[in-house]
Design a protein around this ligand. Structure first.
Ligand code: IMP
Ligand code: MG
Length: 178
C-alpha cells in the first residue's frame, strides 16, 4: 500500500483497517467476558475518539455508559511530561466501575495522571483498556488490564492518533518510515 506524507515525514502502513477491526473486536470480547457490572467507560480525547466509537458498538455488557475526558501532555525537555486537564470528568463516578479507554499508552504519564484523578473519587473499580501499548517506553507500574496490541517503540499515526494534530482521520495506522 502507498506511503503517505504528513507535515515533513513519510509514513508507511503498519496496521490495516481490517487488522484494527480484529484488534478492537478482541478487546471488546475480553471486556464483555470480564462481566463488569454497569460499566462507565471514560474515553480519553482526542486520540481515542475512533477506538471508543468502534469498541462501544461491540460492548454487550448491560447498562454500559460512556463519558469523555480531555487531557493534553506536554513533553518539555525533562522526561517526566506534565499532563493538563482540558475537559474534566463531569459524570458522577463515585461507586462506579470505571473502564478507561486509551488510544495508546507510551510512557504512561497520561495514564498515571488519569488514575490519580479518578482514584480519589471513590470509584468501585478501575480498569484500563488501550488499543496500542509500547512496552519498551512504559515507565509506570500500573497494570494495563486490556491491551489491543503491543507495538515497538515507534511513532504511529492514524485511527485517532496524530502527528502534530494531523492524520487522525486515516482509517489505517501508519508508522514513521526511516
Ligand atoms: P504517554 O503519556 O507518554 O503514555 O503518552 C500519551 C499520549 O502521547 C498518548 O495519549 C498520545 O496522544 C501520544 N502518543 C504517544 N505515542 C504516540 C504515537 O506513537 N503516535 C501518536 N501519538 C502518540
Ligand atoms: Mg497527540
Amino acid at each position: 500500500m502507498k506511503d503517505i506524507k504528513l507535515h515533513d515525514k513519510t509514513f508507511e502502513i503498519y496496521l490495516t483497517e481490517n487488522e484494527i477491526r480484529e484488534i478492537v473486536q478482541k478487546v471488546a470480547e475480553e471486556i464483555n467476558n470480564s462481566g463488569i457490572q454497569n460499566p462507565l467507560f471514560i474515553a480519553v480525547l482526542n486520540g481515542s475518539f475512533l477506538f471508543a466509537a468502534d469498541i462501544m458498538r461491540k460492548i454487550t455488557l448491560p447498562n454500559s455508559e460512556i463519558s469523555f475526558i480531555k487531557l493534553a501532555s506536554y513533553e518539555g525537555m525533562i522526561t517526566t511530561g506534565k499532563v493538563n486537564e482540558l475537559i474534566g470528568i463531569n459524570a458522577d463516578i463515585k461507586g462506579r466501575n470505571v473502564i478507561i479507554l486509551e488510544d495508546i499508552v507510551d510512557t504512561g504519564n497520561t495514564l498515571m495522571k488519569l488514575i490519580e484523578m479518578i482514584e480519589n473519587k471513590e470509584v468501585a473499580s478501575l480498569k484500563v483498556a488501550t488499543l496500542l501499548y509500547k512496552p519498551e517506553a512504559y515507565l509506570k507500574e500500573i497494570p494495563i488490564d486490556f491491551i489491543g496490541k503491543s507495538i515497538p517503540n515507534k511513532f504511529v499515526v492514524g485511527y485517532g492518533l496524530d502527528y502534530d494534530e494531523i492524520g487522525r482521520n486515516l482509517p489505517h495506522i501508519y508508522n514513521l518510515k526511516n
